[in-house]
Design a protein around this ligand. Structure first.
Ligand SMILES: C[S@@+](CC[C@H](N)C(=O)[O-])C[C@H]1O[C@@H](n2cnc3c(N)ncnc32)[C@H](O)[C@@H]1O
Length: 276
């Protein structure tokens, strides 16, 4: 199995839409005219979910009508969030066909298909023209992509000169043995963790200049503590939580990610760069 197939197999289950539809029903939500924020608990697959997206976008200037690219969009929760928050037209691309198919249905349920377009494809070879986008972001995706040089060059290609690229990825910050499974990999084979330094090297080679870099370890540990407290108080995860996306290994994946972060081996890092 090639690396991209292995990634799509890791994330796909074949039943995600049914499980989300069941959660929507349990909450008594309408399928049509759904507020995108109602789906953020299941649709924003990165540490801190919608709150992390807010923190990142508080630092970015996104004019209404801007063309924005979501690299590795998953089921499109962040794309819908960003489109609703900014008035931008967001295009998401993702390798996992099931995520894209599910995300399109959810986008329809939210009545946002005119502003959010999701397509299946690889971030390493995107079907977009040179300079098509005003801004790009990538949340918790680089951990599955070994060729950071090609990834950053491809994002640079589709951005206009002067455009911002905002990254929020889990990065390797010290040597040591990582506990698996984690949300992006059941075993080390499809994990492509890299250091902030390696990201910056690839970004610089692609023609980006660093604007800001922030380690979000404290924020992440608070988030995990809140998740655990909520789950204990409610006697289980919420009807529309990330366990629906991660599947039966979700408790181990989350526990290992928190353990690896607490051990100082990995950290969620924001990196905002600008194309020269
Ligand atoms: C942890 S999820 C994050 C999804 C989304 N960014 C979010 O925050 O909700 C990682 C995503 O990266 C996607 N991905 C991994 N490698 C990719 C690649 N080479 N091209 C496009 N998407 C990729 C996976 O399919 C998966 O949807």
């Amino acid at each position: 199995m090639c690396a991209t197939d292995a990634v799509a197999t890791h994330y796909g289950s074949g039943t995600l839409l049914d499980r989300i539809a069941a959660g929507v029903e349990r909450l008594g939500l309408p399928r049509h005219g759904l507020d995108p924020s109602a789906l953020s608990g299941v649709g924003e697959f990165h540490i801190g979910g919608a709150a992390a997206t807010e923190r990142l976008f508080d630092q970015l200037d996104v004019p209404s009508g801007a063309r924005v690219l979501d690299v590795g969009c998953g089921i499109g929760g962040t794309a819908r969030h960003v489109a609703a928050r900014t008035g931008a037209r967001v295009t998401g691309i993702d390798l996992t066909g099931e995520f894209v198919a599910t995300g399109k249905v959810l986008t329809d349920w939210c009545g946002m298909a005119d502003r959010v377009t999701l397509i299946e494809g690889s971030a390493l070879s995107m079907p977009f023209g040179t300079g098509d986008f005003d801004l790009a972001y990538m949340l918790h995706v680089g951990m599955n992509i070994a060729d950071k040089t090609r990834l950053m060059a491809e994002v640079a290609r589709v951005l206009k000169p002067g455009a911002v690229f905002a990254i929020y990825d889990v990065m390797r910050v010290a040597p040591g043995e990582i506990a698996y499974p984690v949300p992006w990999a059941a075993q080390p084979g499809i994990s492509a963790l890299a250091s902030p330094h390696a990201y910056l090297d690839a970004l610089t080679a692609a023609g980006f200049a660093l604007v800001a870099q922030t380690d979000r370890t404290e924020f992440a540990l608070d988030f995990f503590a809140t998740l655990a407290a909520r789950a204990a108080a409610a006697d289980g995860p919420p009807p529309l939580g990330l366990h629906l996306v991660m599947g039966p290994s979700a408790p181990d994946m989350v526990a290992n990610m928190a353990r690896n972060i607490r051990a100082g081996l990995i950290a969620p890092v924001e990196m905002i760069v600008r194309r020269r």
